[in-house]
Design a protein around this ligand. Structure first.
Ligand SMILES: Cc1cc2nc3c(=O)[nH]c(=O)nc-3n(C[C@H](O)[C@H](O)[C@H](O)COP(=O)(O)OP(=O)(O)OC[C@H]3O[C@@H](n4cnc5c(N)ncnc54)[C@H](O)[C@@H]3O)c2cc1C
Length: 545
């Protein structure tokens, strides 16, 4: 498509959980929509991440849409933590059921979005030559959608196969009889390593930073429990929305330091055995704010590692010591630590003996050469800002988003950024996003955006733009809250630390979902406090004859 742009009310970029719901919600307002998705179909995260062992780590029955009670009743999850294929089937079902594909152009990447001050509209361009003019641009581009490509010398010389967990081949990979190297021990590495180890002739795990991970205790869901849950679905959803992390977690009343050793250990053991992400993190009320309290949780996990892993030296190398517990995204696993008891699995500490290069036959560290047939990069994502800074986005006065965010992202509520009117980000930096159940965060954002658009249209307003003052105050607040916690002490992807040269800024909002929701509601109820609203320009009067 070339020539004059097509006119629509809104462009939605991305067709994962967020993009799909945005189509549904905006269509209900009567908007015309053009959707673009770089992948060949719907699913987002769950379309791209097809590595062995990929599954959610928020329980399936919580990690799904709540907007349709009928959908909630008719869909039945099979496992406590659903696999990637099952989640993808669910999102396909949602797309079919609500007819959400019809406005989406797949295999199409948005490359530029430019604000046209005269028409008060966005001019959007794609890598397939599309040009669309839209009043609103909704970036449902995901927090973890830009795979971070490995930067290792000699990578192009490798004679075997290279895979990235975030761009896994659809036909799957059989590692039987192959010597495999895995680089990266974040969530994707921790989920895939036990399964790859079960197939490969030999697996060498190259670990830079050990991570805290807890047993998922995954299991098929009991039909009676599912029925009971469905019977109380609405009530549970309400409780989720008013809980700190978008999932129901009992709020602890005690400091980890206020109880004696025996009581503390017993409490951790119970938390460990819940098989949930939040069980351990929320075991006491000060684990994320007090280093001494945090150390007790970290030591509990290290004890478990020493218990599971037979070789004390390997156990020590697997034990995280460089960051407080919970300040990098903790993981849930199935048999991760036990995998290192296998004779055909080797752990290489690349902090002690760094990788020097990839060679035609494998990986060279400062200590050894490892002969490999395949390398798996589980190196994660350019999180939160990567997908927003990929396209060339230009706002008022020709200012580029890339320049505005050169020292780190700046948003108002994580939804808007000053100087980019009618530009909405779903779960952007400065919102709870990756710290909470994202299904809840996504619905919350899309609802807020849809209500905002309805407000503008009802009043004949052309645009809405965050003021710099509101944005500055919000950024300060996000930083102040983060500084009350231990999170900034970790070199995490929350801080941009996994991408060389990326500014170190704690990106998500850690003030909790209810507090955030209260602020967002307050802003809307106060006629979009902190935003500048611009009326549509009156049409030029017709010349009198
Ligand atoms: C392996 C894995 C497991 C996870 N497990 C959980 C979990 O258990 N619980 C949880 O809460 N969260 C989890 N997450 C986070 C997950 O990303 C979110 O829960 C959710 O799927 C995000 O949905 P989204 O629609 O916002 O973004 P995505 O699903 O990332 O979709 C964004 C889409 O936008 C497209 N896109 C981006 N830029 C462009 C462009 N310029 N042009 C066109 N298309 C573009 C991408 O191709 C992508 O398909 C997990 C993430 C990963 C990677």
């Amino acid at each position: 498509m070339t020539g004059a742009p097509t006119d629509v009310d809104a462009v939605v970029v991305g067709a994962g959980f967020a993009g799909l719901y945005a189509h549904h919600r905006l269509r209900a307002l009567g908007l015309t929509i053009s959707g673009f998705e770089a992948a060949a179909d719907v699913g987002g995260t769950w379309w791209w991440n097809r590595y062995p062992g990929a599954r959610c780590d928020v329980e399936s029955m919580d990690y799904c849409y709540s907007f349709s009670p009928e959908l909630e009743q008719e869909w039945t999850w099979s496992e406590r933590y659903a696999t990637q294929p099952e989640i993808l089937r669910y999102l396909n079902h949602v797309a079919d059921r609500f007819d959400l594909r019809r406005d989406i152009r797949f295999d199409t990447r948005v490359t530029a979005a430019t604000w046209d001050e005269a028409s008060q509209r966005w001019d959007i361009a794609t890598d397939r030559g599309d040009r669309v003019s839209a009043q609103f641009c909704i970036m449902a581009t995901g927090c973890l959608s830009q795979a971070k490509q490995p930067e290792v010398d000699g990578i192009d010389t490798f004679g075997g196969d290279i895979f990235h967990t975030g761009r896994w081949p659809h036909e799957g990979v059989d590692f039987t009889g192959r010597r495999v190297g895995a680089i990266g021990t974040g969530s994707s590495g921790i989920q895939s390593i036990p399964i790859i180890a079960g197939q490969a002739e030999h697996l060498t795990v190259f670990q830079r930073t050990p991570n805290f991970t807890m047993p998922a205790k995954n299991a098929p869901l009991d039909p009676d429990a599912v029925a009971a849950r469905k019977a109380r679905a609405r009530e549970i959803r309400e409780a989720m929305r008013s809980s700190r992390a978008g999932v129901i977690v009992p709020m602890p009343e005690h400091s980890a330091l206020a109880v004696d050793d025996g009581a503390r250990q017993a409490h951790y053991e119970k938390a460990w055995n819940t098989g949930t992400l939040y069980g351990m993190v929320a075991a006491f009320n000060d684990l994320l704010v007090d280093r001494d309290a945090n150390d007790t949780a970290a030591e509990y996990v290290r004890d478990r590692i020493r218990e599971i892993v037979n070789d004390p030296d390997v156990a020590e190398r697997l034990s995280p010591r460089n960051h407080p517990f919970g300040t990098k995204r903790p993981c849930l696993d199935t048999d991760y630590y036990a995998t290192f008891n296998r004779d055909d699995v080797t752990l290489v500490d690349v902090r002690a003996t760094p990788i020097v290069a990839i060679t035609p036959t494998g990986i060279r560290t400062t200590a050894d050469d490892f002969e490999l047939d395949a390398i798996v990069f589980a190196t994660g994502f350019d999180a939160m800002t990567g997908p927003l800074l990929g396209p060339d986005i230009t706002g008022v006065g020709g200012v580029k988003l890339r320049d505005k965010w050169a020292a780190g992202p700046r948003t108002y509520l994580g939804i808007a950024t000053a100087g980019f009117p009618n530009f909405f980000i779903v779960t952007g930096p400065g919102s709870p996003s990756v710290l909470v159940n994202m299904a809840v965060a996504i619905e919350h954002h899309v609802d807020w955006i849809a209500e905002c658009i309805a407000y503008l249209r009802d009043r004949g307003l052309a645009s809405i733009d965050a003021t710099l003052e509101a944005e500055d105050a919000w950024v300060d607040h996000v930083n102040q809250v983060a500084d009350l916690t231990l999170f900034p002490q970790a070199n995490s992807w929350y801080m941009g630390a996994n991408v060389p040269g990326k500014p170190r800024v704690f990106m998500p909002y850690i003030g909790g979902f209810p507090r955030y929701d209260e602020v967002c509601r307050g802003v809307a109820a106060d006629d979009y406090r902190g935003f500048e609203l611009t009326p549509a320009t009156a049409p030029e009067p017709a010349p009198s004859t």
